[in-house]
Design a binder for this molecule. Structure first.
Ligand code: PLP
Length: 465
């Protein structure tokens, strides 16, 4: 069965033109009425299981009364805080919670509103570190990041990312001081004759060569996602990779910035994804599962090394937003994190993650268009290929993963999962679908998600179940 949805351009689903500038001007948006538990309800009475929490945002599902109460209480007491003069109890408690969660690695938390803002701040903090450390290195102005990466949409964050399609139009506006090396992407880039150690060594050599090419003492930081989210679809690195890149950063005196906006705050089974890599970053960004979608809230965690340099220098981070340290965002994040901790939800992430991976492999790995299934915790990607043997990708113009995800919203499936890679973001190689249910997900829900997803993929490619 192939489900065809009405693709008449230029209207919303109730036939009216949207007055809101979302990403697509002519897309047919579903009118979201309410969200409760793990379900989304549309104005037309449809009930859709939220199998990815949008772009892996939801960690508690929706309508959690404790979070709603914390947010409401904060709105009633101090809804805003001018951080030039004031601080709030919730901001201080959130900062303390975040710092304490890093086992002594981080010294301060800087709270903003989106992942892109967090990445902008991380980049500026790295630059300021080199200007203010006891022996300043003002020549360090360059960054090395990775191809097929996404670190945000504002100009600085976009420049760090290696996202061809999103960069394309704005290339002349982007800072030119970023170069990109290969991601750690075993499915596509590890040679069959290569052991994990050899693959890691090859990537480390490439990074080291890039340091040399740029001039090692001009590099501010290497930037990467521990588990690549939207750009590739939940690709973890090979064991030893992050230890190798951290050693290279240390050798050349550069910082390691880890972007955990999508994979952090418990999504992969540990609060910080870097805990599974045996390294700690100098600067870390966090976002989506910090506030679980209840408020726009993100953050930057700065290590002692970075904070000490600023303390010994100007003592001022030359940056700032009107809404930084926003008390309502902090209240939401604090309550979300308390619930994750008190309800021991990371155990459920691990247990349900194991079940999810097992079922995905059982139900999908033999499909002729499923090339790879990978992920960690409750953060899984299914990579779709035109040809399983050659790993040939679908043309990005076919938007394969986007089409499948969009059809998933129809009544035949009523499942929301998320497109990644080529299908969701044109210009990137590879098409993937992200499954990232809330940390509260049950065994029965996982079974339903995998069965439904298998049906969506089978139906799209018409191979039957
Ligand atoms: N970094 C990563 C890894 C992301 O996945 C995203 C968003 O998807 C961002 C940064 C940017 O976050 P935001 O969309 O909140 O600005």
């Amino acid at each position: 069965m192939v489900v065809v949805i009405n693709k008449e351009a230029g209207t919303s689903r109730n036939g009216e033109q949207s007055a809101v500038l979302h990403r697509h001007l002519n897309h047919q948006f579903l009118p979201l009425e309410r969200a409760e538990g793990n379900y989304l309800y549309t104005a037309h009475g449809r009930k859709i299981f939220d199998g990815s929490g949008g772009p892996s945002v939801a960690c508690l599902g929706w309508g959690n009364e404790r979070v709603v109460d914390a947010v409401t209480k904060q709105l009633r007491s101090a809804p805003y805080c001018a951080t030039i003069f004031f601080t709030t109890r919730v901001a201080e408690e959130l900062g303390r919670f975040l710092v304490d969660s890093t086992n002594g690695h981080m010294a301060r938390a800087y709270i903003v509103n989106s992942g892109s803002e967090a990445m902008e701040a991380a980049v500026k903090l790295a630059r300021q570190f080199f200007l203010e450390k006891s022996s300043p290195e003002p020549q360090r102005t360059r960054f090395i990041a990775r191809q097929q990466s996404y670190h945000g949409t504002t100009l600085g964050a976009l420049a760090i990312g290696g996202h061809a399609y999103r960069r394309e139009h704005f290339e002349p506006l982007l800072p030119q001081n970023v170069s990109h090396v290969s991601p750690c992407y075993a499915y596509r880039q590890q040679q069959t004759s290569e052991t994990d150690e050899e693959y890691v060594a090859r990537l480390a050599r490439e990074l080291e060569d890039e340091f040399q090419r740029m001039g090692p003492d001009t590099v501010c930081a290497f930037v990467a996602e521990p588990v690549v989210g939207a750009a590739l679809g939940c690709v973890p690195s090979i064991p030893g990779y992050f230890k190798a890149v951290k050693a290279i950063c240390d050798k050349y005196g550069a910082l390691l910035i880890l972007d955990e906006v999508m994979c952090g705050m418990g999504r992969t089974g540990t609060l910080h994804a870097w805990e599974q890599e045996g390294v700690a970053p100098d600067i870390q960004t966090i976002g989506k599962c910090l506030g679980g979608g209840y408020q726009p809230v993100s953050g930057v965690l700065a290590s002692h090394r970075v904070v000490d340099a600023l303390s010994g220098g100007s003592s001022v981070f030359v940056h700032g937003h009107t809404y930084q340290g926003h008390p309502v965002g902090c209240a939401a994040a604090l309550e979300v994190q308390r619930i994750i901790q008190q309800d021991n939800l990371l155990e459920n992430v691990k247990d349900m993650g194991l079940l999810l991976s097992k079922l995905l492999v059982e139900k999908l790995s033999s499909h002729p268009h499923v090339g790879d299934i990978r992920g960690r915790g409750l953060f899984w990607g299914i990579e779709l290929v035109a040809d399983k043997k050659t790993k040939a990708v679908f043309p990005s113009a076919a938007h394969v993963s986007m089409e499948i995800c969009e059809r998933g919203l129809s009544e035949a499936y009523s499942l929301s999962v998320y497109p990644a890679g080529g299908g969701g973001a044109e210009g990137l190689q590879g098409d993937a679908i992200i499954v990232s249910p809330p940390y509260t997900v049950t065994k029965e829900e996982i079974e339903m998600v995998v069965t439904t997803l298998a049906r969506m993929i089978n139906d799209y490619f018409e191979v039957g179940t």
